[in-house]
Design a protein around this ligand. Sequence first.
Ligand SMILES: NC(=O)c1ccc[n+]([C@@H]2O[C@H](COP(=O)([O-])OP(=O)(O)OC[C@H]3O[C@@H](n4cnc5c(N)ncnc54)[C@H](OP(=O)(O)O)[C@@H]3O)[C@@H](O)[C@H]2O)c1
Length: 355
Amino acid sequence: MKRVIQFATGNVGKHALPLIIERPGLELVGLHAHGPDKVGRDAADICGRSEPTGVIATKDIDALVALGADCVVYTSQAEMRPQQAIEEICRFLRAGTNVVGTSMVWLVAPQHADAWIREPLAAACAEGGTSLYINGVDPGYSGDSLVYTALTLAGRATGITVSEICDYGSYDDAEFTGVSFGFGTTPDHTPIMFAPGVLSSLWGGQVRSLADVLGVTLDEVRESHESWVTPEPIDCTMMSVAPGHVAAVRFAVEGIRDGQPVITMEHVNRLTPITAPDWPYPPDGRLGVHRVVVHGNPGVEINTRLGLDGVDHNDGGVISTAARAVNAIDAVCAAPSGLLSVKDLPAAHADRVMW
Ligand SMILES: NC(=O)c1ccc[n+]([C@@H]2O[C@H](COP(=O)([O-])OP(=O)(O)OC[C@H]3O[C@@H](n4cnc5c(N)ncnc54)[C@H](OP(=O)(O)O)[C@@H]3O)[C@@H](O)[C@H]2O)c1
């Protein structure tokens, strides 16, 4: 039995919580919440379950560290407050509690994260004899697990393209995704995601990591982005967008060899299907796809659809993001100490997903 703390109850965290509560072999022993509307409430109440767990959401990190849990599932918003998040994660790692998470997405490829992120966390792992593993859907699954699976089918790879093509209209996250992607702003505004170097810092690690695995020397890693402005008002769950404002974005981070992109991580994100009609859409009239294409011999394409049987594709995305972390708990607890990437875990790290 693994004793687990859930840290944060936002879009991802509220889906991680029931997985921890319900799954055999995991015991929820602590819950961190930041919002005053959540502190003091039972975990079950926060994630919409009727039977109380007796685990009450708290802001007291010392009390959570003192629980001596096996693992923390850390899904607190961290990219906008990285120093604070690093310190929060380090406190658990130093005290002997492993951490799996979806935040600090630079750490999906930890060997390529900047030293100011990597070093304090690596030192905390060494002090506590613990491990940290960060993953998600993208960055994460589609740029690592899915690519490695596709590459096993390739006789020769001449290029790799990893795409997220997703309609974010039903995603209720104007505060972070909306702001950081620049939805609803005028096209002269530069959102944080498109500030020089940010795309490369978020997705470039996976590009470089793949190049390392393939033994490919890249000349450079290049980033590009484009926004699409709506001529008509748009109304969706994410937000309302007035004419003349941004309602779709696309961006890419490319690993260049001999002047050509050979490893590309790209996104197309729109608010409702009527936006950016000339940009690629998911197949079969769907609203989202995570795709990897390996060009070469024979050529391989894998399309992932998240959310079946009435589950919204954006809900599917955050449920799967939560699952990537929860499903790694056993493997991360068993792994040697340090900053882990997907390559350090067994390919089948999905113990107890079916019960
Ligand atoms: N790689 C991927 O595919 C992927 C996909 C989705 C998300 N993510 C990452 O996963 C993380 C969580 O995403 P999310 O959509 O769940 O985020 P979110 O809903 O925007 O925020 C998560 C929670 O962070 C806490 N929080 C927010 N501001 C805070 C502050 N100033 N101080 C302390 N806590 C604060 C809140 O916790 P409480 O609710 O408990 O009060 C909030 O609900 C993010 O870092 C995101 O980038 C990765």
